[in-house]
Design a protein around this ligand. Structure first.
Ligand code: GUN
Ligand code: ZN
Length: 432
């Protein structure tokens, strides 16, 4: 079956951080031709209709067709503790996160939350996430099982912690290696799934555990490795005490073989010059989690890192982040940029939530954009989804003026449809 989706089509031919809005392609009466799960052709609606009369047409009118959102750093096990009041990172972890994560040894509970989480994110237009699980292998099986059932391209790994976590939420250097290796063998490359080697962060791993995971990564160099880096100032002080031999926070990973292409560091707010230089040299990726950084009070990410050539993605960081919506996340990135004197253009925000995040996950040849050969993961948005947004777009003279109110004020009510692997996967209210 060949499908032809019609609407306004937004895609990228380049990087708007390098080329400005000229990097974006907007076709107001456009079409995306999809077959066998992939995008086959992109162009003007009339021309595609004429050249493919046999295709099944879904006409979204003025709906905006974009690549589905890519959320490059989430903790699906924190779905139920999102929006928990009033703590900073370490006591937030101890008060809310660890007690909830304790429950994921129960496969039935893990399955239920994994399914609920992926249904929520799909309803928000997100078609790929990169998730932390818990220390329990059951939590990994639950996540990948739920992602496979929905046909999603998805990234995840068992979170490893061998200290500074409660009894019942600690593994060891050896068991982290063994369990991660077994789960990697079971899931990596199956369907659209990728295993990610996942030490939680240096405060909860001994150097021995980080070294064991470094060894595992050397055995499986095509995997990603994800962890947290320099999120809050007291966390950085704690890392200094716990790893006295390290030159800085990044060195706790670097010294154990956990810094190279394919390393994905969440947050990375308070970086020393050496750390910035090494991240650039090593070809590592950073993930900006703006709603989390304001919600937990972590600090203001420096988007200037993109100009230094670092791959930067965007993420909700559920449940430290306060929303499942990548629209809301773009708004928070804009606000943080403003507080740093860096007004991000809507093209840059949209790119971060799609192609930028895909690039941070080294998946830009598969997802995150609309171009022939890429996988057909698409979101269709209503750019007038509430009365407040509709009235703000009435005098719009460019696509960016039309889109920006949805970035700043939009949420899941803007999502009309989601396509995953070339198939309809979600239809919003009013789109039977
Ligand atoms: N650092 C280590 N673990 C976490 C987590 O679960 N959330 C956030 N925001 N930071 C972390
Ligand atoms: Zn996180």
């Amino acid at each position: 079956m060949t499908d032809l989706l019609l609407g306004q089509v937004l895609s990228f031919a380049g990087d708007p951080f390098l080329e400005g809005e000229a990097a974006a392609r907007h076709e107001p009466h456009g079409g995306v031709l999809v077959s066998d799960g992939r995008i086959v052709e992109v162009g003007k609606a009339a021309a595609l209709r004429a050249s493919h009369p046999q295709a099944r047409v879904t006409d979204y009118g003025t709906g905006l067709i974009s690549a589905g959102f890519v959320d490059a750093h989430v903790h699906y096990p924190q779905t139920t503790i999102i929006a928990s009041w009033g703590k900073r990172l370490i006591d937030w972890l101890e008060t809310y996160t660890f007690p909830e994560e304790m429950r994921f040894g129960d496969a039935a509970y893990a399955n239920e939350v994994a399914g609920r989480y992926l249904d929520l994110t799909l309803a928000h237009g997100t078609t790929t996430v990169c998730s932390y699980c818990t220390i329990h292998p059951e939590s990994v099986d639950a996540f990948f099982g739920a992602a496979a059932a929905r046909g999603l391209r998805a990234y995840a790994g068992k979170t490893c912690m061998d200290r500074n976590a409660p009894e019942g939420l600690r593994d060891t250097a050896q068991s982290a290696y063994d369990d991660s290796k077994r789960l990697l063998g079971k899931w990596h490359g199956r369907d659209r799934l990728s295993y990610v080697i996942t030490p939680r962060f240096s405060p909860t791993s001994t150097p021995e555990q980080l070294a064991a995971l470094g060894a595992l990564w050397r055995e499986h160099p095509d995997c990603l490795m994800q962890t947290h880096l320099s999120e809050q100032l007291d966390e950085i002080e704690w890392v200094k005490e716990l790893h006295p031999q390290a030159r800085d926070y990044l060195d706790t990973y670097e010294a154990q073989g956990l810094l190279r292409e394919g390393a994905v560091f969440g947050h990375a707010i308070h970086l020393a010059d050496r750390e910035r230089d090494r991240l650039v040299e090593a070809g590592a990726s950073l993930v900006h989690c703006p709603t989390s950084n304001t919600f937990i009070g972590s600090g203001l990410f420096d988007m200037g890192l993109v100009a230094q050539g670092i791959r930067v993605g965007l993420a909700t960081d559920t449940g430290g982040g306060s929303s499942f919506s990548m629209l809301r996340t773009m708004a928070a990135a804009y606000e943080i940029g403003q507080l740093r004197g860096q007004a991000l253009h809507p093209a840059q925000l949209w790119w971060l939530a799609t192609a930028g995040s895909a690039r941070a996950l080294r998946a830009e040849d598969r997802i995150g954009n609309i171009a022939p050969g890429l996988e057909a993961d698409l979101v269709v948005l209503d750019l007038a989804s509430t009365p407040a947004i509709e009235q703000a777009t009435r005098r719009a003279e460019s696509i960016w003026q039309q889109i920006f109110p949805s970035i700043i004020m939009g949420d899941d009510r803007a999502v009309r449809a989601v396509w995953v692997g070339g198939k309809p996967a979600f239809a919003g209210p009013g789109t039977a």
